[in-house]
Design a protein around this ligand. Structure first.
Ligand code: LMR
Length: 392
């Protein structure tokens, strides 16, 4: 029976981890999978998380099951940051549950939407490859529109037409901030317009917020999400703490549902719980509990926000240096200075991607997506010189 299974290609992004690890060159550079790195090229555990973990070890008195919704203290503690301190549950219209990372949240959101009658997901192109992969696995149709134009700006015309053509049975999957893979985000005025369009549309908004705090700031990065939620009657929000709390391998995420009427939330979330039970039963606890401990403690919260500010500031400096390099060989890096988050795309040809790997030991996705956090004071000049040589 099992011999019927066909060989599957390795996930292209995750395969980069091994390709880079296997390269013996000491000056190799990893710009592949999206993890933050310090100026020394390290991905340390946040100080606030270390302190919270210590506290957890000392005080946790049980590891008994919590249920499919996970740690609801964690789920609630995040809400003021995501939905705003003034009215974090929008008058009782929002309920959430913990999920294994942003991927777990997306899996549940898309499966719940499907149960509700959604058949087609409208998504910008390019998007994080796992978006399409999950849709495909669930048997959902994907309708793609152009995320950004040749000019490096968001293609609002493409989004307008995609939404105009959508209706009942459709959902739109939007990146809340730090667009993965392009780094090209909607401006506040674009979000105002998107919210106004969605207010009049039957298309269900699903917002993926996986990088809050890594773009312009915690509040700024939530602008689009809050505008949309303020305008529509229903939505799903997929949240990840993997990047903004540095908890990658602990898989820490949450799914929130926004309903027209608080009375509908019980039925809506019972589907999330049932789907979780069938997929992973209950989410892993440790990372979510550590986030809760941070957010319940004012000092640790301030420490976490400070660490997040430093990460964002470092990425801004890397982006500023790339922008300053400007025209480099056959490509122009100027736009990277105004893009957001960990990722940007440099228009390398497939041959150039291979040349960067083989000749220079520089690893990034075949799409030309680089993780700017992989660039440090020690390797950024080598990277710029390699880009000039390979594309020139
Ligand atoms: C990425 O895009 O590199 C990250 O979101 C990590 C992942 O799981 O793909």
């Amino acid at each position: 029976m099992l011999t019927n299974l066909q060989q599957q290609p390795a996930d292209a992004l995750l395969a980069l981890i091994k390709l880079h690890n296997d390269d013996p060159r000491a000056d190799k550079i990893d710009l592949g999978v999206g993890v933050y790195r310090t100026g020394q090229g390290e991905t340390p555990v946040f100080g606030a998380i270390k302190a919270a973990e210590k506290k957890l070890v000392e005080t946790q008195d049980s590891k008994a099951y919590l249920g499919p919704e996970g740690d609801m203290g964690f789920v609630h503690a995040l809400m003021p940051y995501i939905f705003g301190k003034a009215n974090p549950d929008m008058d009782g219209r929002i309920v959430g549950m913990q999920t294994p990372g942003g991927t777990g949240s997306l899996r549940l959101a898309l499966a719940m939407a499907q149960r509700a009658g959604v058949k087609r997901i409208i998504v910008g192109k390019p998007s994080w490859p796992n978006h399409n992969q999950i849709c495909k696995d669930l048997g959902l149709e994907v309708f793609e529109f152009n995320h950004a134009g040749e000019d490096g700006k968001v293609d609002m015309d493409a989004l307008r037409s995609a939404l105009a053509a959508g209706g009942e049975g459709d959902a739109v999957l939007l990146h809340g901030c730090c667009h993965n893979p392009t780094g090209i985000d909607y401006a506040p005025a674009d979000w105002d317009e998107i919210a106004a369009i969605l207010a009049k549309s039957a298309v269900l908004p699903i917002i993926d917020l996986a990088y809050q705090g890594l773009g312009q700031g915690m509040e700024e990065d939530a602008y689009g999400l809050r505008r949309v939620l303020g305008a529509v009657s229903e939505a799903l929000v997929c949240y990840s703490c993997d990047k903004n709390f540095g908890l990658y391998r602990d898989r820490v995420g949450a799914l929130y549902a926004v309903a027209k009427d608080p009375a509908e939330l019980g039925a809506i979330m019972s589907n999330g719980h049932a789907l979780a039970r069938a997929n992973w039963s209950q989410p892993p606890d440790h990372g979510g509990a550590a986030v809760r401990v941070v957010l319940e403690d004012e000092t640790l919260t301030a420490q976490w926000l400070d660490e997040l500010d430093q990460m964002r500031e470092r990425m801004r400096q890397v982006r500023a240096r790339l922008a300053e390099a400007g025209k480099t060989g056959g490509v122009d890096l100027t736009a990277l200075g105004s893009q957001n988050g960990l990722f940007s795309i440099i228009p390398f040809t497939p041959d150039q991607v291979q040349a960067m790997r083989k000749e220079h030991g520089i690893y990034f996705a075949g799409s030309g997506r680089i993780n700017v956090a992989g660039l440090t004071t020690g390797n950024i000049e080598k990277f710029i010189a390699a880009v000039a040589q390979v594309t020139g």
